[in-house]
Write a protein that binds this ligand. Structure first.
Ligand code: 9UX
Length: 71
């Protein structure tokens, strides 16, 4: 099933950073993500059959930024 989550992203210092995070997230199978630099949030739709929220955080970290799961 497709689930939606909004992740706060830290470490972005210009709009291109948001594009980098977005591309990294969208590289995961079953993920459609939009990253808003101004609000420092990623809106992510993901297929829970192929991706876990922790995978989203790992992808953001791999891009050189950080994300927190919603508490
Ligand atoms: Mo902007 Mo972000 O020049 O890694 S792309 S700082």
């Amino acid at each position: 099933a497709v689930e939606h989550v909004e992740l706060p992203i830290t470490g972005m210092t210009c709009a291109s950073c948001a594009n980098r995070v977005e591309r990294r997230l969208n590289g995961l199978e079953g993920v459609t993500a939009t990253v808003n630099y101004a609000t420092e949030k990623a809106a992510v739709a993901f297929d829970a059959a192929t991706v876990a929220p922790e995978d989203l955080v790992a992808a953001v970290r791999a891009a050189g930024y950080d994300a927190a799961l919603p508490s």
